[in-house]
Design a protein around this ligand. Sequence first.
Ligand SMILES: Cc1ncc(COP(=O)(O)O)c(C=O)c1O
Length: 383
Amino acid sequence: MAGPDHKLRQALAERARAGGLRQLSSSSGGIDFCSNDYLGMARSNRLRTRIDKIRAQHPPASLGSTGSRLISGNSEAAERLEARLAAYHRAEAGLLFSSGYAANSGLLACIAGPGDTLVMDELIHASSIDGSQLSKARKLVFRHNDLDDLAARLDMASGAIFICVESLYSMGGDMAPLPEMAALAAEYGAGLVVDEAHSNGITGPAGAGSVVENGLEEQVFARVHTFGKGLGLHGAVVLGSKTLRDYLVNFCRPFVFSTAPSREHLDRIEAAYALLPELDAERERLFSLVRHFRTAIRDSSFRWIDSHSWVQCAIIPGNDQVLATAGRLDELGFDVKAIRAPSVSPGSECIRICLHAFNTGNEIDRLIAALENLQCADMSLQA
Ligand SMILES: Cc1ncc(COP(=O)(O)O)c(C=O)c1O
């Protein structure tokens, strides 16, 4: 009789046949064009020094937080940090989560219920999709960044309505038209929920994000800022009204039923936020590398997603093809990753290139030349 393992083996074999098998690997030490450490915070000695200083001044009394926030894991430090993050991002209140995944999935699962509607961009992150599936609300999907399609879905929506978008899309690097979306949200009485995972620390004044950059703090219902990308750490904060914070403390299951962050982790987040306003040079450098990149691909033979951010993608349809390209780039000393189906829809497979303040123009030129050479070699093989 086939045991439960049989079913799992079958699913793995099927995925391998489609060229989409995910496997854990460590970096081969190539030039980093794939991590989310956009500002170099994870490798920053300035950040390390600040964290060490805080630790020396206030050694944590306990190694772990010992429980969920509602049992034994709360602290003045956690509440102080939340107030500080809320002020930084110009929100009324904030609530910490262990990850962006927990924040997005928990938030969407609890703010909308039966009779309500979640209206979501088709390219929204898996964490938001999973949250929508956990909620008992109706789900309507609109075409990526398409305002007319969004309005058409809003016409069909009922109950409490929430529009869910990312400020900067993780797979394509393009940005949502937030002011227009906020205007539509106001017209339909909907709450706008913005995931700022890939903009946190980079866009807006002192990296406060795209909602602040566009002056939309009052028009947005909730924001999710993660710490695992531009901040170089991990964790997230949900920002919104005091009522939203109270609601999440009561109804958001990943918050209620999960161990709170340790004091050491709170100190790291505190230190990273203290450093953020001093990183204008890093942000400027990143913006200038994006311009360099876009100029360098002007005559490229690849189809590039129209992105003006630190996430750039060359479409290479087919899991096998995109995987082979990433493998060859890896051999040439570039750490880039293939984004395959089912993470993206079939035909949209791509090489995703993440730029960092610590990359150089020369590294970018070499990477693009290597990509083009691979393309030429492929074409001459096919000829
Ligand atoms: C757009 C977006 N939202 C949320 C997340 C999840 O954040 P975290 O990695 O902190 O769980 C990610 C991570 O890949 C992301 O790209």
